[in-house]
Design a protein. Sequence first.
Length: 708
Amino acid sequence: GKTTAAQQEAAEEALHNGLTGRSFSQKYKDILAKRRELPVNKQRQNFLDLIHNNQFVVLVGETGSGKTTQIPQYVVLDMLPQIEGKIIACTQPRRVAAMSVAQRVAEELDVKLGQEVGYSIRFEECTSSKTVLKYCTDGMLLREAMSDNMLSRYSAIILDEAHERTLNTDILMSLMKNIASKRRDIKVVVMSATLDSEKFQKYFNDAPLLTVPGRTFPVEIYYTPEPERDYLESAIKTALQIHATEPEGDILIFLTGEEEIEEACRLLRARGDDIIRSANCGPLLIVPLYSTLPPNMQQKIFEKAPEPRTKGGAPGRKIVVSTNVAETSLTIDGIVYVIDPGFSKQKVYNPRVRVESLLVSPISRAAAQQRAGRAGRTRPGKCFRLYTEKSYNNDLIEQTYPEILRSNLGSIVLQLKKLGINDLVHLDLMDPCAPEVLMRALELLHYLGALDDDANLTPIGHAISEFPIDPQLAKMIISAVEYGCTNEVLSIAAMLSVPNVFLRPREAQRAADMAKAEFAHMDGDHMTLLNVYHSYKSSSEPSQWCWDNFLQYRSLKSADNIREQLRRVAVKNNIPLLSNNFSSPEYYPKIRKALTAGYFMQVAHLERNGQYLTVKDNQIVLLHPSSVLERKPEWVIYNEFVLTKRHYIRTATEIKPEWLLEIAAHYYELSNFPPCEGKRILEKIALRNAIVQDEQERKKRKKEKKDK
Ligand code: ADP
Ligand code: MG
């Protein structure tokens, strides 16, 4: 290694591509010219000097300055992974960013995506033996560290978007500190758009800082005079008003998730057509962006705004409706107007009731500033905040709390155990996790049988950690062996791992409900999902079949793919693939028992007053309106607790109370339970069980006496 910027530039202008040996295409040369203008390129020599002389480098630069796409390439040119054998990874908190950036960098390097440049996200590996640069989610790299504790395949790790402080990035940072102290050859670059750089420098043993000055243009901020009741409606109105009255320039709207974004796009298309006709505006290109969008659709955000319909007519405009991913992870050139309703989906964890949810919550002032910044990339822009200035100053917090303080740590604790890190309390984290949250995680893993009394990983714990899914879900699969139904439970687990499969378009709700009723299973939502999966697999034209049945084809295809991956993990871990005879009366009860073995901590009981109460936590909950369980069975397990104004349980299935005592006796130690009807019923069953057992033992003893 130890190249200079001049040597690197010469390599980029050479006749042949150093990675493939092929000559460079014209497209490569065109992109190269643009890459040379990026602010990070002017800092290339400084960056190389720092990385040559330090193990850690902290790099801060405006969004769009070229950090994510260029820096990893500089490292590749410097370390020559294609010759040295050790490769480079760059982590991203978001799947879409990992995929989209990998695609772009593959183009920039004139290689095919998945060959020399690839990506790796949960349930999707797009790399090959030739891969020298890999973009991956932080979670995937953490998972890799479980089987390769020193990350020995890598010569450099670039942790991008560190300011997001996701749980996985925080743990990775701690891990990298540890690895770097043992591997003097590894380099670590920590990058971000906004960063409390001193805190990061200090954490990484006083690492040097490289600041990339960016070009930004002023952005005018507008607030609403009054709080908005319906931010979705207000965002659409604002966008159309911009289109009708403002000069050329694309619009970026921040919304919180897939459903909201699709709804907004639909409304924009419908109403956009009206104003285009009546107000004589230019044509609109409306594109959504969220994590579950297929890759070819994701690339649409980079398309140019449409041409005017007649020469010299009103200019066309692109409207991108996106989640937070467009805040700092992806740069879309040409944005001049930003609409910021002030919300995003954030992880919220309440350790007392052990509930983690994604909740639509107000963003921080730091995030609001980033969003506004997206309008000033290419020329002066405007940002429309759909909240009052007073609210910005008084209600928004300065910075979002790191995720580690508001997450369920179950899965992470298990992964760390596997890494041989036992002393979690003293793990060198940038912000230590809350003791109560940690305790809850250990408790959960103990109840699942993943940790023994001394908090050591058990064989079950090992198996659970092999699955890239929540510990409860993995436990359910492993337990299904005992009930002879791993095949069915794998299908259910896969269906639980994808976005909602049931479509319910506003204009066809009745028809959609009728279609869903065809799949409804008496026992509940899990079995209904199983029915859907089985029917999907036996349909001859899956995409048409999904359309006819109001099902999301994309989700089902993805479930099928996930099932295959889970199946492979199962096989690798000697978990036999079993099914019971379909005509046996035990076919469904056995599946429900396996579900119970994973989710015995998520049970609700219907009290006599007609309300469900969660067992042990005594929270009042409602069955989610989407549930097929209209008859309200007395005992249900549920997959998800939805925190909104009311508390809902979603995806529920009927169970029998005696199963709880049979399957999870250690958890159903009833003396610890607060009083409620459910507890009294379980106590009665426990008493009856004790009497029956007593009697059996007496009979046995009698028989033994007689036999003598
Ligand atoms: P940073 O990580 O500093 O925010 P990036 O490296 O992601 O910046 O992007 C640098 C520049 O590369 C962007 O300003 C944009 O011009 C260009 N770019 C990135 N991705 C794409 C893409 N998919 N299509 C076209 N241009 C892109
Ligand atoms: Mg970036």
